[in-house]
Design a binder for this molecule. Structure first.
Ligand SMILES: [Cu+2]
Length: 417
């Protein structure tokens, strides 16, 4: 594939992301590709953003002879888990996780998949009942796609629910090669869902001053949702009284017990689709195992900035590695990692001579300004000190605050009211 062609495809994705409905879609750090002169970027033909996947755009499609046709490019991606914490990962179309695929049950879909990685790869459609030759098992159902090569996947989807696509090379999965594959049912779910969100939960092993994840590691010190670590993950904004669904996918080396503060939810879906309502289980913590999807729903009856986070203590913070002190401490004082953005200040105050260098490990770093965006408007000052690792917020807000946040998002994106 030529550079020209790749830039064009990347432009398509950027165009779709910028105009999508709802909150939480922000462009990742991608080097802006020059637009090919004289080429008008077509708008996405498909609906985008029925499900909001914060910080991840949707993948546009075009209807070609009754088939929804998508382009996916597997390639190295530069992104930031937090502002200033640069990482070199692998993903699709300039994004990690890859752009969200959102279709309807019964659709026939075609994926033109290009491999711009330096090694072979093949794509697996996780949970989808596809013909064997579309399954993406390298060496089993197809030849791996060689670097510079391409493969076309085509199938009809007669299921609905929360699925995902990913490379079927294990180390590539740990480099970030995953994305949502969401399928809406022919008949809408009941009770009606007002806000639908999706989060992909991932873990990373990154040494200080290193931008390349160690995919052979067995312990993980950076934890992300949709490619962002708390507090950089964009909060999910909900109006008081709305019914909310959150679709959670885990593709990492650990299982994640996801806990929602202050609310009782029911688990309504797995990676195989919707659970019959007589079997819905109430809870506030759901264990999402590796390769699983778990949807939960609740009625947002009370206002508040409710935390949603993995409850594994080490996953509740960034840089949580056994050697955290000596390896990340500067000036013999716990709190500042070399990768910490310059604007961040320690919540622990001035260096304290009674502190043992590197301890306590529970570093509190305030960085409100660094991660400021419309969705953080109205949060308590210093909120970022309590948000680290696999932590994000479901903000149940009043109608007026909802409108203010929406207005700020519109203004940021330059869209008319
Ligand atoms: Cu976890």
């Amino acid at each position: 594939m030529s550079v020209h062609r790749r830039q064009f495809l990347r432009g398509l994705v950027t165009a779709a992301g910028a105009g999508s409905v709802g909150f939480g879609v922000e462009a990742q750090h991608v080097h802006p590709a020059p637009r090919p002169s004289g080429t008008a970027l077509p708008r996405a033909a498909g609906p985008s953003g029925r499900v909001v996947t914060p910080d991840v755009p949707h993948l546009p499609w075009r209807l070609v002879d009754g088939v929804k046709e998508f382009h996916l490019v597997a390639e190295p991606v530069k992104t930031e888990f937090l502002p200033g914490r640069h990482v070199d990962v692998w993903g699709f179309n300039g994004h990690m996780p890859g752009p969200t695929i959102e279709i309807d049950e019964g659709d026939r879909v075609r994926f033109l998949v290009h491999n711009n990685l330096p090694e072979p790869f093949s794509m697996h459609w996780h949970g989808l009942e596809v013909p064997i030759e579309m399954d993406g098992g390298p060496g089993i159902s197809q030849e791996p796609i060689a670097p510079g090569g391409a493969f076309t996947y085509e199938f009809t989807v007669d299921q609905h629910g929360t699925f995902f696509y990913h490379s079927h090379m294990a180390m590539q999965e740990l480099m970030g090669m995953v994305g949502f594959f969401l399928v809406h049912p022919r008949r809408a779910a009941t009770p009606r869902i007002d806000r639908d969100f999706g989060l992909i939960w991932q873990g990373w092993a990154l040494l200080p001053n290193n931008t390349i994840p160690n995919t052979l590691a067995m312990e993980f010190n950076w934890l992300t949702m949709n490619g962002k670590a708390g507090p950089a993950a964009t909060p999910m904004i909900v109006k008081r009284g709305e019914r909310v669904r959150v679709r959670n996918v885990n593709l990492s080396m650990d299982h994640h017990p996801l806990h929602l503060h202050g609310n009782t939810f029911v688990v309504t879906g797995t990676e195989a689709g919707r659970i019959p309502d007589v079997q819905w289980q109430p809870g506030n913590t759901v264990l999402v195992g590796v390769a699983q999807a778990r949807d939960f729903e609740f009625v947002a009856s009370r206002e508040g900035d409710w935390m949603l986070h993995c409850h594994l203590p080490h996953h509740m913070m960034n840089q949580m590695i056994p050697m955290v002190g000596p390896m990340v401490t500067q000036h013999g004082h716990g709190g500042h990692a070399p990768a910490t953005p310059p604007a961040a200040t320690t919540g622990l105050g001035q260096p304290d001579p009674t502190l043992v260098p590197g301890f306590p490990q529970d570093m509190a770093i305030t960085m409100d300004e660094v991660v400021d965006k419309p969705e953080t408007f109205g949060l308590r000052k210093g909120w970022t000190a309590g948000m680290m690792g696999m932590m994000t917020l479901i903000r149940v807000v009043s109608p007026s605050l909802f409108d203010q946040i929406a207005e700020r998002r519109r203004a940021l994106e330059g869209r008319p009211a």
